[in-house]
Design a protein around this ligand. Structure first.
Ligand code: SF4
Length: 210
């Protein structure tokens, strides 16, 4: 619900914020116009929110969008922020788009103990801000660095480096381990950052990496 307490925002899922079929963008604009939206907002999670839809028009609007729904709220994986990396960026060192989309397919919207965010960048410039995500994956000349426990909320925290120089396959299996570990060890509604502070990085490293 929006600030006017009358209308709603709906946000279709756009993996990585990448649109290859421009008709998708036209359709979003058409739906926004048809249902009297006040604005389109490009969100921090690389979605396009259609703001100002009336409650009784929401279902129809979704039907016409014909896109998967975004998960901007709730105890789940809210989004995986991906930089353009080797698909488009001339200085990228790793293919963050392919890896990020694979992670998106596997984890987007999955239930977790608390709100959860991920990011993947193609180089150490970190345009997708992996250091302030629950799991951050940063490309380097030697592979990927995986970080955990970043948070940009009320109590900001930079993520801790967990492991370096992984291939994309190794990242997929490491993320799987981290997600399972988080599910088993986090308290209800405890963000990854707080769990890392409570358990300590060394214990988590020992448990995950041996
Ligand atoms: S993080 Fe690196 S690869 Fe990604 S957009 Fe920024 S400069 Fe390019």
């Amino acid at each position: 619900m929006q600030r006017d307490k009358k209308t709603y925002a709906i946000a279709p899922h756009i993996p990585g914020g990448i649109i290859l079929d421009f008709n998708v963008l036209r359709n979003i604009a058409d739906v926004a116009e048809k249902y009297g939206a006040q604005a389109l907002k490009i969100t921090g999670e690389q979605r396009i929110a259609i703001i100002g839809i009336e409650a009784d028009k929401i279902d129809e609007a979704w039907e016409e969008l014909a896109m998967p729904k975004g998960h901007p709220i709730g105890l789940c994986l809210h989004g995986i922020k991906i930089c353009p990396a080797t698909h488009f960026c001339k200085i990228a060192q790793q293919d963050a788009v392919t890896l990020g989309l694979e992670l998106d397919k596997k984890y987007y919207g999955v239930d977790l103990p608390a709100k959860f965010k991920m990011a993947v960048s193609g180089c150490m410039f970190s345009c997708s801000e992996p250091a302030i995500k629950d799991i951050g994956i940063m490309g380097t000349p030697k592979g990927y660095t995986v970080m955990i426990g970043g948070n940009a909320g009320l109590k900001p925290r930079l993520a801790d480096k967990l492991v370096e120089n992984l291939t994309s396959e190794q990242v997929m299996s490491m993320v799987d381990k981290i997600i399972n570990y988080y599910r088993e060890n986090a308290n209800s509604r405890e963000r990854m950052a707080r769990m890392v502070e409570r358990l300590g990085l060394e214990k988590i490293k020992q448990d995950l990496l041996g």
